[in-house]
Design a protein around this ligand. Structure first.
Ligand SMILES: N[C@@H](CCC(=O)N[C@@H](CS)C(=O)NCC(=O)O)C(=O)O
Length: 209
């Protein structure tokens, strides 16, 4: 049987987000096990799917979607039936606040700078001033955000696990892998999110073997 849903991408924090959301929702999908910077995103066929040549890309019937946070949100809205994204109101607004904050202030402005200019400096160049600023800014943002989860809540939106937790957890994993210190509330929070069975299965699905 032809699988309707296909996820392109393994071996990356961003691809892990989509594997995790699919597995949380119990959705079957085909995994195209391509990696970044392997040449596999450079082929004409892949560039037709994503002209930006990035992973992850998700196909669902006629829909082709890139950007991991958008894919996670699409899956939640389309298949969640109340799971992974609040249906309405202030909680839903808070979901989008967290997703924007994590994508912009935690991922793009800080961790991705370190990825490009520390781990991948041989490709993107050395930038010690930018790296130091990114570490300082991460520290400021993550400590400020820690105050919001110090009230005993289990997940970012309270009792209910959401796509924002998926995206945040991958960033916390990423920070730890770069020896970026995390305040205690985030360490305790991460223990809760990584204990979810779907996360373990997603890590296996995302692994480069
Ligand atoms: N904002 C995008 C970032 C996607 C991205 O940068 N993916 C990396 C792997 S984690 C990639 O494909 N890098 C290859 C490249 O930059 O050429 C998302 O969240 O999906």
């Amino acid at each position: 049987m032809t699988q309707k849903r296909t996820l392109w991408g393994i071996g990356s924090a961003r691809a892990l987000r989509v594997h995790w959301a699919l597995i949380e929702l119990g959705l079957e999908y085909r995994s195209e096990r391509i990696q970044s910077r392997s040449g596999e995103t450079e082929t004409p066929a892949y560039r037709r799917l994503n002209p930006r040549g990035k992973i992850p890309v998700f196909e669902d019937g006629g829909l082709v979607l890139s950007e991991s946070a958008a894919i996670v949100t699409y899956l939640a809205e389309t298949y969640g039936n109340g799971r992974l994204i609040p249906a309405e109101g202030a909680e839903r607004a808070k979901y989008f606040e967290w997703i924007s904050f994590i994508s912009m202030e935690i991922d793009a402005t800080t961790l991705y700078v370190l990825r490009r200019h520390e781990a991948l400096a041989h490709i993107y160049g050395e930038a010690p001033t930018a790296n130091a600023a990114a570490r300082g800014y991460f520290d400021r943002m993550i400590n400020a955000a820690a105050r919001e989860i110090e009230d005993g809540r289990r997940y970012l939106l309270g009792a209910g696990f959401s796509g924002a937790d998926i995206v945040m957890t991958t960033c916390l994993d990423w920070a730890l892998s770069y020896d970026v210190p995390l305040p205690e509330p985030w360490l305790a929070y991460r223990e809760r999110t990584i204990a979810r069975p779907a996360r373990g299965r997603a890590v296996a699905a995302n692994a480069v073997t």
